[in-house]
Design a protein around this ligand. Structure first.
Ligand code: 4AD
Ligand code: MG
Length: 452
């Protein structure tokens, strides 16, 4: 039996006997007494273990190196040291797994770049402990958010034959040899790849269950080496039947604010760490987002305000062109000073499934932009009118045959519907202040990197 450190520290009783197990962060020893900081991942600081020279293997214990795995039994006592309420007065200390002085996570602070090269060990550092606890709690909060609102959780496929975003960023899935090109001979007897989005299948389920969401891994063979793009990332995609773009934005806003509040209220220790060590003022920034309404801007208005700003950009700003990261960040950081929805983009820069607006040149699309990260959500109202959807596919040269089932969903009981995708890693970046997507996903996949 063992008890997790976080549980002992939150519910523990003086004098109570506990067994704990974890990894050594530091050892300080004198002739009479040894102090060990032990961490089992359940909290940031771990717990201090104290043992006197009466301990049977005292000599061995004073020499335990950082990184070793220990099991400790003892009594919980109030700690005389400042900055901690409790410590464990050890009766037995058993070395389960040794370590040595070559253990890479010695006390000094390492760069994030270096820690990426030891992704198998970085979860044992303070920063990555905090990041992956936050990530895990947020994932659980996301399911709670949708469960509380009676959404159906649908598991959309990972292997797919359709490129939802139409950007040609599919990783191929095949059992053919490299020189074979006859897909009828392939495993699925057609060309298949890893999904870039669960949306199309999500739409089918929304047209049966009304409110649904997927939360799963997505893959993009996009050769962009930026701090915000990963080749494998996780996405949360709700889809609402009988809903329009405004309903979609309302849900996105409620969702993001819920997650901000959740992080502030339920991840107190780790969020305080980010505020102190990663981004000064983080807590204040998240608090403001949790409280205030998000701005909503038409795409055309965003273009005008960028043009009038007098700022100089690397990429041109003009109606009809897509917003680049520099523009998105300028809007949310300088013009709005907080999260902002951009609504109704030109149809030519958006995906085929988005609903055409009455002006004929825009579609009911929305992106949510946030300071530091830029685009965190992309969504839209979907084209539910079969004839307009077919026209758009013809215009874009998208074959109808492979999407026959998608088109049929517009034939019987078609209804207005809308949804969005929240990039999970971008959310974790936003809430932790971490600036590189590689540092918020356990084992990042990016162009030329798939080591761990
Ligand atoms: O804007 P995107 O491409 O939208 C879709 O995939 C829609 N099918 C979603 C929907 O309506 N159901 O991607 C949605 C979000 C982006 O806003 C971004 O946060 C994240 O997914 N994202 C990425 N995150 C990390 N690495 C990448 N390469 C990403 N590409 C998109
Ligand atoms: Mg997008």
């Amino acid at each position: 039996m063992r008890t997790r450190v976080a549980e002992i520290l939150s519910t523990g009783k003086t004098g109570h006997e506990y067994a704990i197990a974890g990894w050594v962060r530091s050892v300080r020893a004198s002739k009479e007494v040894v102090f060990i900081t032990l961490n089992d991942g359940s909290n940031l600081p771990g717990i201090q273990v104290v043992a006197g020279s009466r301990l049977e293997n005292f000599q061995e214990v004073t020499k335990i190196p950082t990184g070793a795995a220990l099991r400790v039994t003892g009594h919980l006592v109030e700690s005389p040291a400042v900055g901690q309420q409790w410590e464990l007065a050890a009766e037995t200390i058993t070395v389960i797994g040794t370590s040595d002085e070559s253990y890479p996570l010695q006390k000094k602070r390492h760069t994030f770049e270096y820690l990426r090269s030891i992704a198998h060990l970085r979860p044992r550092s303070n920063t990555f402990g905090a990041v992956f606890r936050l990530r895990s709690r947020l994932a659980q909060a996301i399911h709670r958010f949708f469960a509380d609102r009676n959404f159906l959780y649908v598991h959309t496929p990972i292997i797919t034959a359709s490129d939802c975003e139409g950007a040609g960023e599919l990783f191929r899935v095949t059992t053919l040899d490299a020189d074979e090109t006859d897909f009828s001979e392939d495993f699925f007897a057609q060309k298949t790849g890893l999904t870039v989005s669960g949306q199309l299948e999500g739409e089918l389920f929304a047209q049966a269950f009304t409110d649904v969401y997927t939360f799963g891994p997505t893959f993009r063979a996009e050769n962009s080496n930026t701090a915000r793009h990963a080749s494998e990332f996780w996405m949360i995609e709700p889809e609402l039947a009988f809903a329009d773009l405004a309903d979609d934005a309302d849900l996105a806003e409620e969702f993001v604010r819920y997650l901000c509040r959740f992080a502030l209220e339920e991840c107190v220790e780790d969020m305080a760490f980010f505020d102190k060590q990663i981004e000064n003022g983080l807590l204040e920034r998240i608090r403001r987002v949790a409280e205030a309404d998000f701005a909503r801007l038409e795409y055309g208005e965003a273009i005008e305000r960028l043009q009038k700003s007098g700022a100089s950009f690397n990429y041109p700003v003009q109606w009809g062109l897509d917003l680049q990261t520099e523009h998105e960040r300028y809007i949310t950081e300088q013009i709005i000073g907080g999260p902002a929805f951009i609504l109704n983009y030109p149809k030519d820069i958006k995906a085929f499934y988005m609903r055409r607006n009455d002006d004929g040149r825009t579609v009911a699309a929305m992106d949510l932009l946030v300071p530091k990260v830029g685009e965190i959500i992309g969504g839209s109202q979907r084209e539910e009118r079969l004839d307009l959807l077919e026209d758009r596919m013809v215009e874009l040269g998208i074959a109808r045959e492979p999407l026959w089932w998608y088109l049929e969903s517009r034939r019987w009981g078609s209804c207005p519907h809308a949804g969005f995708g929240l990039g999970f890693e971008r959310l974790v970046m936003y809430l932790s202040g971490m600036e590189n997507i590689r540092d918020v996903i356990p084992f990042p996949r990016t162009p030329r990197h798939c080591e761990f």
